[in-house]
Design a protein around this ligand. Structure first.
Ligand code: PLP
Length: 452
């Protein structure tokens, strides 16, 4: 019985998978915030290199991974697929549980998969610097690492609350040669405006995005990069699912349930979209489940409509499940899941009924993550505790019904920077936040009305 399913380096996938041409109906277009007309490639050119803009709107099913990107990927890819024997014994039932482990990347999460690709295309386009935002710090670290690989400068706006809580993220980003600012900062017009109105604010992802976008828009040699949500980001992450498909085939398994945690949706999409393809082709029929925090429940409780990606209303309008662009989720430890919206593609798949969504509270996810760590050894990142908890819930259901379920989930990163959260859990100080219906209703009033 295998414990670790290793795909030989020679079988590293050569292509990313673009789900768009396989969908029964196309996803709604991205709209210009002023005119409400579909944006064209030229509208995005101040922020992104043309290769990535073309990937964003691509109709090609498989997009070749450049050799320069594959060379960096080989440092840690293919990543291992583990059979969770310890967890299976703990739950005691017929379910067989597998997890894809993305914590083996140099930065400890799946975010490196798209960071490397984005840095490569920007370097090739002659860009000198990339600006970005980061919430919990994973994305900023991943992009700083990727920029170092291709000789680019990296400037990171980190949500002030996390900046203060997680000092080692700053050290990590600076070690890779990146620059980092607590957001809101005095560097940008938007940051200064926010600070004037609310000097004591602890910031938000939406505010940090506005700052990073402004820096890129004002400087010709600087582009912007986003770590989740966009189509091309989700596509870069499909290397996870492509590998997992091959690894499960190596041990003759077909999943009944595929699970990922979802903040902006990229690790969930990265694992699951290749399985959605197989499902649409009639080759397998897994349930596909996105798990989000009950404190930021965009897919389960948000409205599906056009909204801004950022608080400053600088980004185009995208149709997604949203809690309203100025909704500020409570300070749960899974900083990577504190976003008001969801990737438009994940939202569209939910509307099409191709995927399901669940929401869990953090006291439950950490309780289960600690059980997982004791039997499997890996201390998970705060975000994937949600995927683990859902996998355990599914395995317990299989135990009740006696069904031999095969469960696959994405362990998107390790938790070595989340020790404050684990300390709070073991000290009994972790708390849950109720779904703030009244605050969301207030924030939804500011979402623009878009015809059609
Ligand atoms: C950022 C992050 C997430 C959440 O982002 P998605 O785009 O939804 O994947 C989840 N897990 C880890 C480890 C992260 O760093």
């Amino acid at each position: 019985m295998a414990t670790k399913v290793i795909l030989p380096e020679a079988e590293l996938p050569t292509h990313w998978y673009n789900i768009v041409p396989d969908l029964p109906t196309p996803p709604p277009p991205v709209l210009h915030p002023g005119t409400h007309q579909p944006v064209g490639p030229d509208d995005l050119a101040p922020l992104f290199p043309m290769d990535l803009i073309l990937q964003e709107v691509s109709q090609e099913r498989f997009v070749e991974i450049p050799e320069e990107v594959r060379e960096v990927y080989r440092k840690w890819r293919p990543s291992p697929l583990y059979r969770a024997h310890g967890l299976e014994r703990l739950i005691g039932g017929p379910a067989r549980i597998y997890y894809k482990y993305e914590g083996v990347s140099p930065v400890g999460s799946h975010k490196a998969n798209t960071a490397v690709a984005q840095a490569y295309y920007n370097a090739r386009a002659g860009i000198r610097k990339i600006s970005t935002e980061t919430g919990a710090g994973q994305w900023g670290s991943a992009l700083a690492f990727a920029c170092a690989q291709f000789g680019l400068e990296c400037e990171v706006y980190m949500v002030k609350a996390s900046f203060e809580q997680k000092p080692y993220r700053k050290a990590m980003i600076e070690s890779y040669g990146g620059k980092i600012h607590a957001s809101p900062s005095t560097n940008t017009n938007y940051g200064r405006k926010v600070l004037e109105e609310a000097p004591d604010t602890t910031g938000s992802l939406g505010i940090a995005i506005s700052e990073a976008v402004e820096v890129a828009a004002m400087n010709a040699d600087t582009n912007y990069a986003l770590g989740s949500v966009l189509n091309h980001v989700l596509m870069h992450q499909t290397i996870i699912g492509e590998e997992a498909l091959r690894q499960l085939a190596m041990v003759d398994e077909v999943p009944d349930v595929v699970i990922g945690c979802a903040g902006g949706g990229s690790n969930f999409a990265g694992l699951s979209f290749p399985f959605v393809r197989e499902k649409l082709a009639g080759k397998m029929d897994p349930r596909i489940v996105a798990v989000e925090p009950a404190a930021a429940p965009s897919l389960t409780r948000g409205e599906y409509r056009y909204d801004f990606g950022d608080t400053g209303m600088l980004t185009p309008l995208v149709k997604m499940h949203t809690l309203g662009h100025d909704f500020l989720p409570d300070p749960i430890h899974a900083g990577g899941l504190r976003y008001h919206g969801m990737a438009p593609l994940v939202s569209h798949l939910k509307e099409l009924g191709l995927i399901e969504a669940a929401a869990l509270h953090q006291t439950e996810t950490f309780r289960r993550a600690v059980e997982f760590a004791r039997v499997e050894g890996i201390i998970p990142g705060a975000e994937p505790t949600h995927a683990i908890a859902q996998a355990m819930i599914e395995a317990e259901k299989a135990r009740e019904t006696g069904e031999e379920k095969v469960i696959l989930f994405n362990l998107s990163g390790h938790g070595h920077f989340d020790m404050a959260a684990y300390q709070a859990f073991v000290d009994g100080k972790l708390q849950d936040y109720e779904y703030p219906a009244d605050r969301i209703a207030k924030s939804m009033k500011k979402v623009p009305i878009v015809a059609g």
